[in-house]
Ligand binder design. Structure first.
Ligand code: ME8
Length: 697
């Protein structure tokens, strides 16, 4: 059952947990998702066909209650917060191939199929449940009334319901055998031991439906029940691929990528992923994932960063002040993967200045600037080399091997430490050779030869660091790649040019691009600025919550709340309820940089353009963002001929929630000035050439 076809070896499927939409994303969520992105990028760079899935978990009692508290329907509430996750992932340069929402029809259909299959195979039966339930963890708790939740310590609630049960007990032995035969299934070891101990202590059948609330996927054929939210949520890993769909394209994707190679999760949800999920799959006759890998917790003020503790830091705050690469680098470098790790603003700024601003960034700008000053930006021919060059080259070669092995073993912190060891060696090599200083006894010709040798060796070593660091810092490394005259790094990765990284890729004669700042040094006020942004955000969250509580939206009917496939309305990105008057006031109010930064404006190139049938206003555009292609509908047909738009660079709002118009999905919005009384659109553009995907900020 768990056999995998030969061809699957060349493919790689990785998933994050799908995040609850009861609260906005924070650094903890960003951490797991960044780790997945880094792994996905490195697999793609190795030429492995990769699928990276993330999404949001939108059903269940917890979300229903959070929405009610905010005075909104669950559908609206979920759409707003889900939009925030999606926008953040794009802001952090995360290259997810798909983002699933459990309220989508494709998911609902797949979950119902899974449920029916398990029931048809005799693993689901009717019974009644009397016991405790933890709404925060959406967990049945086997304990007497009044007991706190053993996982989170919060009070549990008594539940007495007619339910459907899953025969979990039937899988106890098979699960233990599976863990035994596949030691890599649960990682790291500590989690594996916990899970095995839990299963050995005996498995009871699991209640998999609820009748006391409505916000969920109905049990097929018995609609008064909704399916247990964890069964609903776990199924996302297959429904997103196409399980349960009749469309051959979906079915093919499912065949291509299932089973998953890595379900990356936080350690607190190991039981759901390592016990319930494989048991569900066995019951449905589906192959099991290859591994469930748990990251440790990001701690802030010594406890797990979480919304309920109230000790969260937002990823946007760090990205606004230090850039998204700095956040990505810090999380991977600072935390030993698999273990808990502390977040402090002090260590963040220290690492930023030490490793990035003064380290890699400074090294690159020195070498690129000297290359321009001394050799007009053209890589010189290096003639001859001595011990120092041999040492540098062999260090670089050994770092390539060590880094790749450590990275593959998911020892990200060690791998980056190894790589920055090379940065230090290049720095030392430059300082010792001092190509900027001509010793009096050295002739002009000799000096120029030394300069050519030293700068070309240093630049080549920087190329190696840059190629290896790309999955972790895609933005900065892409800038360096361009400065080294090597073109588009993202494209190099996509076209297999990073498959083997070897010494000697930078050829004499290569023309370097102009130096561009990479990591400007963080000044003393950086921490203060981040703290201010956090405070502002907390205040606006409090204001939003209090407004939300006071403005329940009577216009949203019950029918709407149970709709499973509502796309996020564009206006729902802000999670503040927006009666019209308030919206008008907000238009007049000043916004902060952080508010502006939430709008992801990007340069995109039009690949195809055509009129939308039966619409005199709409054009259907396919645009390239560099990191992805997408479809956008633009209301410009009366002012622009479609053929003339092809190849043109336009500005789009890249993180607008998708909308359907005339049956077609629009993923973003083209930005245009609105001119004259009629508001004729004039597309925004640039006088200089700009690369696709560049962000406007
Ligand atoms: O559990 N440190 O969603 P969730 C590290 N919907 N990782 C953290 C973290 C922290 N402080 N805080 C959150 C759920 N995470 C379910 C999952 S999957 C089928 C359903 C990350 O919104 C970590 O990956 O509570 C953790 O498991 C996940 O966010 C929990 O997100």
């Amino acid at each position: 059952m768990t056999e995998v076809s030969e061809s699957k070896q060349e493919r790689f499927y990785i998933t994050t947990p799908i995040y609850y939409v009861n609260a906005r994303p924070h650094l903890g969520h960003a951490y797991s998702t960044i780790v997945c992105d880094v792994i996905a990028r490195s697999k793609r760079a190795q030429g492995i066909e990769t699928w990276f899935l993330t999404g949001t978990d939108e059903h269940g009692q917890k979300i229903e209650r959070s929405a009610a508290q905010a005075g909104r329907s669950p559908a609206e509430f979920a759409a707003a917060i889900s939009g925030e996750f999606r926008a953040l992932w794009s802001r952090l340069n995360l290259t997810c191939d798909d983002f699933i929402r459990t309220t989508e029809l494709r998911h609902q259909r797949g979950v119902q199929k899974l449920f029916s299959d398990m029931r048809d195979r005799g693993f689901i039966y009717r019974g009644s449940y009397t016991g405790q339930y933890c709404v925060s963890d959406e967990l049945y708790v086997d304990a007497p009334p009044g007991s706190p939740c053993p996982d989170c310590g919060r009070p549990t609630e008594a539940v007495r319901e007619e339910n459907y049960f899953f025969k979990l007990s039937a899988f106890e032995r098979r699960l233990l055998e599976y863990y035994d035969e596949h030691p890599e299934f649960i990682q790291p070891e500590a989690r594996r031991n916990e899970v095995i101990a839990f299963v050995r202590s005996g498995l009871k059948d699991l209640s998999v439906s609820r009748t006391s609330f409505r916000w969920g996927i109905p049990v097929p054929g018995d609609e008064k029940h909704v399916i247990y939210v964890w069964m609903d949520a776990l199924a996302n890993y297959i429904t997103a691929l196409g399980y349960g769909s009749d469309d051959p394209v979906d079915q093919q994707r499912f065949q291509r990528f299932w089973p998953a190679d890595v379900h990356l999760i936080g350690k607190e949800i190991s039981r759901f992923h390592c016990v319930y999920w494989p048991a569900f799959l066995m019951a449905a006759g589906l192959p099991l994932p290859r591994s469930v890998v748990a990251n440790g917790w990001l701690l802030f003020d010594k406890s797990k960063m979480s919304k309920s503790v109230g000790n969260i830091v937002r990823a946007e705050t760090v990205a606004d002040v230090l850039g998204s690469d700095a956040l990505r680098y810090f999380l991977l470098r600072e935390i030993t993967f698999g273990q808990d790790g502390n977040f402090t603003f002090e260590s963040l700024v220290q690492r930023y200045n030490g490793d990035l601003a003064n380290g890699y960034g400074n090294l690159v700008s020195r070498v690129v600037a000297m290359m321009h000053r001394i050799f007009d930006g053209k890589m010189p021919e290096a003639t001859g080399h001595g011990d120092a060059e041999d040492a540098l080259q062999s260090k670089a070669i050994s770092v390539i091997t060590a880094f790749q092995a450590q990275f593959e073993a998911r020892e990200f912190s060690r791998a980056l430490e190894t790589l920055w060891g090379l940065v230090a060696v290049i720095d030392g090599y430059l300082t010792a050779a001092a190509p900027w200083k001509k010793p009096p006894e050295r002739s002009e010709d000799d000096h120029r030869r030394v300069q050519a040798r030293v700068l070309s060796f240093a630049a080549e070593a920087i190329r190696v660091v840059t190629a290896l660091a790309w999955p972790v810092m895609p933005e900065a490394t892409a800038k360096v790649w361009r400065q080294l005259g090597l073109g588009d790094l993202e494209q190099a990765a996509r076209t297999g040019k990073l498959k083997t990284i070897e010494w000697g890729g930078l050829q004499p004669g290569t023309v370097f691009a102009a130096p561009a700042p990479l990591f400007p040094r963080a000044e003393k006020d950086a921490i203060e600025r981040m703290l201010n942004l956090e405070n502002q955000n907390n205040q606006s969250a409090v204001a939003a919550a209090s407004q939300a509580g006071s403005t329940p939206d009577p216009a949203v009917s019950e029918a709407k709340t149970t709709t499973m496939s509502d796309p996020a309305p564009a206006s729902a990105i802000a999670s503040v309820p927006a009666p019209v008057q308030q919206a008008t006031e907000e238009m007049d109010a000043k916004i902060t940089i952080a508010d502006f930064a939430r709008v992801d404006l990007r340069v995109a190139q039009v690949l195809t353009a055509e009129r939308v049938p039966k619409s005199d206003k709409l054009l259907r555009l396919e645009v390239d963002l560099g990191y992805e292609k997408r479809q956008i509908l633009a209301g410009i047909a009366q002012h622009y001929e479609p053929e003339k738009l092809i190849g043109r660079k336009v500005v789009i709002v890249a993180n607008l929630a998708p909308r359907k118009m005339r049956g077609l999905e629009s993923n973003g919005m083209v930005v245009a000035a609105s001119v004259g009384d009629e508001g004729a659109p004039v597309l925004a553009g640039f006088l200089e050439d700009v690369p696709v995907g560049a962000r406007l900020k």
